[in-house]
Design a protein around this ligand. Structure first.
Ligand code: UDP
Length: 236
């Protein structure tokens, strides 16, 4: 029987896709895709993409929209990012499938966990779009859920602008220091917001480790996928 490969769930924020702006920055998505493609020979990679470069439901609802409808807009944004990533991954030579939690069969397969696992076994990168298909959830939480359901060994949360979990927000507090390892319990108690609390609790309750790391410098995404001990490890 062939040796079982390492399987990971990579979370990419929408903010990264936009390079800090609305929409998709092809240079940024192209370089992330090449980094993922480089590791697909040895590692099975599933990806959850965020949508913050298009819409965040909570922000739209603060400006008067119905929260549920605004969240669906947010989820649709993640599908656009999923298609963009798919395109650049294919250009980089990787085989891919997009699975969406909201049915849209012309552009993506529906989310079928066993089928996703089969794609991964065949060396395809599986990109999960549309979050959980549920308002009031975030793509961080979906990353934890998908990682658990498809049997990933860890959730890799790639961040831009920060290279791990800090004692406080380093962009606000200059005395903040980086933490190498921390428990979910402590991260929750300290109110560290690098990943949302629902994602932390789901991982904590189910013994799923999470590595939070910076996308910079180039090569970090490939290294994290291969198992490099960069950034911060969060464990139960
Ligand atoms: N969203 C949702 N349910 C989900 C996942 C996402 O309602 O299961 C919506 C929510 O409005 C969120 C938006 O999609 O603000 C974009 O996702 P997220 O904020 O997690 O993206 P990121 O911050 O990672 O770019």
């Amino acid at each position: 029987m062939p040796e079982k490969k390492r399987r990971v769930l990579l979370k990419l924020s929408g903010e990264a896709f936009g390079g800090g702006q609305l929409g998709v920055n092809p240079d940024v998505v192209g370089s992330i895709a090449r980094e993922i493609a480089e590791a697909t020979a040895e590692v099975e990679v599933a990806v959850v993409v965020g949508g913050g470069n298009f819409f965040r439901g909570a922000e739209l609802s603060q400006r008067g929209m119905d929260r549920g409808r605004a969240d669906y807009m947010g989820m649709l944004g993640t599908v656009m990012n999923a298609l963009a990533l798919q395109d650049f991954l294919e250009q980089a030579g990787a085989a891919t499938r997009v699975q969406s939690a909201i049915a849209m069969t012309q552009v993506a397969e529906p989310y079928i966990p066993l089928r996703a696992e089969r794609h991964l076994e065949k060396g395809r990168v599986v990109i999960f779009g549309a979050g959980a298909g549920l308002p009031y959830f975030s793509t961080d939480t979906v990353s934890a859920q998908r990682a658990l359901e498809i049997g990933a060994v860890e959730v890799l949360v790639a961040k831009n602008g920060v290279d791990g979990v800090y004692t406080a927000d380093p962009r606000v507090d200059p005395t903040a220091t980086k933490i190498d390892t921390i428990s979910y319990q402590e991260a929750l108690q300290r109110g560290l917001k690098v990943v949302d609390s629902t994602a932390f609790s789901l991982c904590m309750d189910n013994g799923m480790p999470m590595r939070v790391f910076g996308m910079e410098p180039a090569g970090n995404v490939t290294a994290a996928i291969r198992g490099a001990a960069i950034g911060t490890l969060v464990t139960s």
